[in-house]
Write a protein that binds this ligand. Structure first.
Ligand code: 5AD
Ligand code: SF4
Length: 455
């Protein structure tokens, strides 16, 4: 059964799957991680509990991503292995949701007919009803064209002291490499009062850190008219900053073209807002930036970093960079290295360009860069950034930093790990309760973490 359009199945309210187990796998970005918290919340409201062993779960849910090619391969690979389990245990339910499902629609069940439920990005709140349908009537694909508003479902948080808060969904930009606008739809902002109330509830529940989520947070509120006053992102930061108990506020991601002084000022004047910024560069070549439809030049990008750093001393900046966009020449790539050298990012997520069917850049087939050239550039870029990241971290040796403790270190339980306000990972000896704020003197720096002692 395929429903493409409006939902036609009524919601059910009483728990029907008490004690049955689920295993939820999430691919992709923070938005998906947060959506998965919502899916888990809905499944648990229906009585389900997390499976201790994925192989014995009654339900397997994949929350998918389609931003890069390997995400597709990973999903269809995992579904292939699940088929064997489903052959042995036909009562196993398999659900696939999220961005790749939204993009692939009927293709998911064409390629993997043993999948019971396919849902998209606009109807994750219906996951339980769709499972009901599948158990009663058989496989179903339900993809809606768009969201009417931002649906917030009670999340089952992965971490007690830190929470994601969706402030808007969708993206109105048209970066030529990017599939997000077509799977996440147009921008819709939540009302500031609703966001602040959610943050207050989180604080009452013991949360001390929130990360505000949106594809393009600088355009937050442009679609809201509240008594003639546009609800702007800078105002939102200030209002969230007033919530008692919230010690740290982060957000992701701004768009460099829309990042302005009002936001930098609000960050500086709101104590809880961390000195951390994720500012996606994508390329340092003006020619490529223009072909990407990014709306800024390398010079303007660097000016935005200066603006942010002027307002926020000690600001840590991370970025995203794509290597091998169609038509990228050696000179274009060199321009990226030059910007990276000047920008001195604290860290960077580096990606190999992946053509996404349906995007403008994917049509530029005659300009695709050879894989071995991309590989070589990718390596040169990561080498440069690793050495800059190390130097940036070394600047903190001898300093005392505030660390929000996540818990025991993954490699050595006698140590604790946590994050600085700049979002740098710190390991230090001793066991400290997750969610505590402690002061740590930094003794040693590595490219991707710091080591110190608690004071
Ligand atoms: N190929 C490679 N990287 C991509 N990104 C988005 N689309 C693509 C693509 N088609 C990267 C961008 C973005 C990050 C989330 O993923 O750098 O900022
Ligand atoms: Fe994609 Fe560009 Fe929107 Fe970011 S701003 S989600 S890269 S289209």
């Amino acid at each position: 059964m395929t429903l493409i359009g409006m939902p036609q199945i009524r919601e059910r309210r009483t728990p029907t799957r008490t004690g049955r187990t689920y295993h939820l796998r999430t691919f992709g970005c923070q938005m998906n991680v947060h959506d998965s918290e919502g899916i888990a919340g809905l499944l648990e409201a229906d009585g389900m509990v997390p499976a201790t062993d994925a192989d014995t779960a009654d339900l397997v849910v994949f929350n998918t991503c389609c931003i890069r090619e390997n995400a597709d391969d990973k999903l269809y690979g995992s579904l292939g292995s699940l088929k064997r389990i489903k052959d042995e245990r036909p009562e196993l339910l398999i659900a696939v949701g999220g961005c790749l499902a939204q993009k692939d629609r009927n293709l998911v069940q064409d390629r993997a007919p043993w999948v019971d439920v396919v849902f998209g990005t606009h109807n994750l709140s219906r996951v339980v009803s769709l499972l009901d349908y599948a158990e009663e009537w058989g496989p179903i694909t339900e993809i809606l064209e768009e969201s009417e508003s931002v649906t917030v479902v009670p999340a089952k948080r992965e971490v007690d002291h830190s929470a994601w808060v969706t402030i808007m969904i969708g993206c109105n930009n048209s970066c030529t490499f990017c599939i997000v606008p077509s799977v996440r739809g147009a921008e819709i902002s939540r009302r500031p009062g609703d966001i602040v109330r959610e943050v207050q509830d989180l604080a009452a529940d013991g949360v001390v850190e929130v990360t505000l989520l949106g594809q393009n947070v600088n355009s937050y509120g442009r679609d809201l008219e509240l008594g003639g006053h546009k609800a702007l992102f800078a105002d939102l930061l200030r209002r969230v900053g007033e919530v008692d108990g919230i010690e740290r506020i982060r957000y992701t991601s701004p768009h460099p073209k829309d990042f302005k002084a009002d936001v930098a000022l609000a960050m500086a004047e709101t104590e809880a807002v961390c000195e951390q910024l994720h500012m996606p560069l994508q390329s340092g070549s003006d020619r490529i930036l223009s072909a990407m439809h990014r709306g800024y030049t390398a010079e303007r990008f660097l000016a935005k970093l200066d603006l942010a750093r002027q307002h926020l001393p000690g600001l840590a900046i991370s970025t995203d960079i794509i290597v091998g966009f169609p038509g990228e020449s050696e000179a274009d790539f060199q321009a990226t290295l030059d910007v990276v050298a000047v920008a001195r990012f604290d860290s960077a997520f580096t990606f190999i360009y992946s053509p996404r069917p349906g995007t403008a850049a994917a049509e530029m087939v005659d300009q695709f860069v050879a894989p071995e050239v991309i590989q070589d550039r990718y390596q040169r870029l990561t080498e440069l950034q690793t050495s800059i990241g190390l130097e940036r971290n070394q600047e903190l040796v001898g300093a005392t930093v505030e660390v929000l403790v996540d818990g025991p270190s993954k490699t050595d339980p006698t140590k604790s790990s946590g994050r600085t306000r700049g979002n740098k990972l710190v390991h230090f000896p001793g066991e400290v309760a997750p969610g505590s704020l402690v002061n740590v003197r930094i003794d040693r720096a590595a490219p991707h973490f710091l080591i110190g002692d608690r004071l």
